[in-house]
Structures are given as C-alpha cells and as structure tokens.
Design a protein. Structure first.
Length: 480
C-alpha cells in the first residue's frame, strides 16, 4: 500500500495529486489515465542490451558493461539502502554505470518514459503516485521475475532466492498463476500502534477485546487524551487495522470474498460488526478532534506528542515518525483488539505482508541487471543494512541476527510470532488500487467523520465494489 502505502514527507506529493471532493471526500489520483497511456504506447524499439554470459558468479547473465537505471521512491525508507546495494552491484560489474534517481512522484515522472518505451530497469513503485500494479500486470507492462526467484541466492548458492523469502512475499507478487511480477522488498507489519509509556501512564494494558478497548478510551478521555487518531485525509490507512479486525471476527474467508469482488461481500455480518465498532469510537468522542483533516504525518505527530493512544499504521511509521518521537516513547504494535468471544480467529490475528514493491518494466533495457540488483538486495548483508537504517524488516527471512532491535521492531517480531498461522494478507490494495484508495477509503473516511452511518458506508462501498466487478476495462483477480 503501500504500499503499499505512505512514506516520509509524502504529504507534499499527495497534496499535489490527491484532492478531496467537497461532497464525498473522494480522493482522485490520475492512475487510470497514466496506465491507459502506458498500455497504449506503440513504441516498438528494442533497445534491450545483449545478455551476458552466465556463470556461478553471474547466474542471471548480466551484461557486465551495460548501464543500470534505477528509480527509488524517496519516502519513509529513504534511498540510502538502495544506494548501498547499488555499490555492491558496481563492485561486481565495475564497467557498468549505475544511474540512480529518487523521487516521490513515481507516476508523473515515469509516465513519459513508459509512453516512449524507455522505462528504467528497476523501479521502487511506492507512494501516493504509485502505479496501479493490477493494471500493469493486466496490460503486460511488467517483466516476469521467475528467473530471479529461481536463481541461486546471493549468500548460499544451494538455495534459490525464492527459498530465502519470508512467508507470503512470493505469493504477493503473483497475480494470476505462477509468474512473479513484483518483488516486495520490505516486510510490513500492519496493526494498531501505541506507546507503552502512554499505557503505563494510565496503568493499562493493551486491550484484547472491544469492551476493554472502549473502557480504556473512556479512561484516557477523562485524562484529556484521545483514544484514536488516523490519517484523516488518507483514510485508506484505516484498513491497516480494520481488515484484520474483520478477519478475526468472521474468518479470513470474509476478506477473500471482498478481494474477489463477490456480490454482497461487504454486507457480511463481520464487516457490519467491525464498522459498528469503529463507528462507536467516533460516536463516543474517542477520536482526536480534527482527525478527519489530518495528513498521515500530522496524525502521527499528534500521536507521538501523546494526544492519542492508538493509530492504525504500518511498520514504516517508526522511521517516518522518528523526528517527533520522544526517546522514552517505547513505540509498540499490536494486533487489532477482538470483538468478543464469538470471534472465529484468536487474538493476535494480524495483517503482515510484503511492502515497498519493486518492479522491472517489460521494456527495460537491462532486465538482467535489474534482477541482479534485487538479488543483491536480498542478501543477508543488504537486508541487515536496510533494517539498521530504516528500522524495518526486509523480505529476506532473517537479517536480524546480531542486531539490537528497537522496541517497535521487537514488537513487530513478537506479534508475528504470536500470530503464527493467523496472518492475513488482503490483496485489495494490490489488485484494485483505485477501488481501495479512492473509494473504499473515502467511504470509511466519511463514516469515521460521522457523515455516514455504518449501514450507509457499507452500501456505498458495496456499490463501488460491484461497479469494479462489472468493469470490463480492468483485469479481475481471485484468490487461488
């Protein structure tokens, strides 16, 4: 979400491309216009560099003199981790020149290059201007990364790259069958983020059920502290805790039906119960005043200043909110509180999945170089470097040995362990970006601002989903 998902200083980019409508608060991102133009490009020039000779040190057959063009989203993770990995590429191929650029405007800056058939070799497709990957896949704009997945891993030639990835990462890059279109580099833990220091100040523990959540919010309210805040201007942050809450109540099959755009999926009793629970936070005054008008950075700042206990977010928040986080904050993350004892899944049910999606365009000049750069990034050394720099896990299944983890990172590791098999991975934000960010998010935002009841929000969102299901101009995906 994003990537899926927002990152540092992204508010500036968002303000350029996202405008809330006066009536409904809809977010408008020029995604489809870009992708239509991208897909309609008729450039037929084949400037792909000649493939190099494969060897044990060069299993993908990289041309050792060909340049490599990399574009990184410069958000909460910054760009230094990528620059460091590119240095390793240069060491391996000293005759190859690496062109590195970083931006928050992925779509608008790359649109002319896609249209002209001259895209970069590797793209970190993240942020507010993230290109719609479901459409890119459907329009055959991306390179199949299966050769990378089947290549020897950077550290241990006896293992394939695919065997070194965290659970679910490979599957996230698959949209319709076996090909792997996307390499999600970060591993994101989504959930409810809080300060242990703040809870200690209230002599409270993290609530495991909704009655306890409401009681704690009431206790905080009496102390002048709000229970919750969130990125009101970008309400697609709300599903980071709401989706696993729905799954906990009704089972993961409810989320699968939503992803599959099945009729009446949003009318499931679990969705109704979850919406009503969140709406109760609003109705009882447990949401920080002014939250509907806050950006992600502003809401995080209010949170780190101790004005609200909880915020739905992803594990990039530690690095992104670092400038305003007190040293004694003790940032933590937890799985969503349950509803009650009738929930189908246990407390600890969590959304965790790959984040920071890297893609190689089908018309990249140096596709082998792009894949090799990803192979380097998926080494233990690069993974550790990423974790140390940005305080986030990578897709590499390891990379934390010997590192001193912050309270937030350790909490992320702990909740993953507690979740066990109860990790859900909603695909809406990957398969249908417009539906997720512009429409579902808008409906949730209206409800949490008190402008729609839960029933009205469900009706509106279901209508959006039904329209997407009937839209023959987009490719539809289903859980296998």
């Amino acid at each position: 979400m994003a990537s899926t998902s927002a990152r540092k200083n992204e508010g500036l980019g968002r303000r350029d491309v996202i405008k809330r409508s006066a009536a409904l608060g809809l977010i408008t991102v020029p995604t489809m216009s870009f992708l239509s133009a991208c897909a309609s490009s008729d450039s037929s020039d084949d400037d792909t560099v000649k493939k190099g000779k494969t060897s044990a040190k060069n299993p993908l057959g990289v041309n050792d003199t060909a340049g490599l063009d990399v574009v990184i989203f410069n958000g909460g993770f910054g760009e230094q981790y990528a620059i460091d990995a590119e240095k390793e590429y240069t060491k391996a191929f000293p005759k190859a020149k690496v062109k590195h650029s970083a931006t928050q405007k992925i779509q608008s800056q790359l649109q002319p290059r896609f249209n002209g058939g001259t895209p970069p070799d590797l793209i970190d497709n993240s942020g507010a201007e993230q290109m719609d990957m479901g459409v890119l896949v459907g329009k055959k704009q991306l390179l199949d990364l299966t050769p990378l997945m089947d290549a020897p891993s950077y550290d241990d030639p006896s293992k394939k790259v695919r065997d070194t990835l965290r659970p679910g990462v490979l599957e996230m890059g698959q949209f319709d069958g076996d090909p792997v279109w996307i390499m999600y580099y970060a591993y994101t833990v989504y959930g409810v983020w809080y300060s242990q220091t703040a809870l200690d100040g209230l002599d409270a523990q993290y609530p495991e059920n909704w009655d306890d959540m409401l009681a704690l919010c009431e206790k905080a309210k009496k102390k002048g502290i709000a229970g919750w805040t969130y990125a009101g201007k970008y309400p697609y942050y709300l599903p980071f805790s709401l989706y696993p809450f729905i799954a906990k109540i009704g089972g993961r099959e409810v989320l699968d039906k939503i992803d599959n755009l099945e009729p009446n999926a949003w009318k499931d009793p679990a969705v109704k119960a979850a919406f009503e629970a969140y709406y109760e936070l609003q109705q009882k005054g447990y949401i920080l005043k002014g939250t509907p008008g806050l950006t992600h950075i502003q809401s995080q700042t209010e949170w780190t200043k101790g004005r609200a206990l909880f915020i739905p977010n992803g594990s990039w928040v530690e690095n992104e909110a670092a400038p305003t986080t007190p040293k004694d904050f003790k940032m933590m993350v937890a799985a969503p509180s349950g509803l009650d004892s009738s929930d189908k899944l246990p407390f600890g049910t969590l959304w965790a999945s790959g984040g920071e999606p890297f893609i190689i365009p089908a018309k990249a000049k140096n596709p082998e170089g792009g894949m090799e750069q990803l192979r380097i990034m998926l080494s233990e050394a690069s993974s550790k470097n990423f974790t140390k720099q940005v305080k986030s896990l990578s897709a590499y299944n390891g990379g934390t040995d010997g590192l001193t983890l912050s309270t937030a990172m350790q909490a992320g590791v702990d909740v993953l362990k507690k979740a066990g098999d109860n990790v859900v991975n909603p695909r809406m934000q990957d398969w249908y970006v417009k539906l997720q960010k512009e429409q579902i998010g808008a409906g949730l935002g209206e409800m949490m601002a008190g402008r729609l009841t839960p029933a009205e929000a469900i009706k509106k969102i279901q209508a959006y989903a039904d329209a997407a299901a009937k839209d023959q101009s987009i490719k539809h995906y289903k859980h296998q």
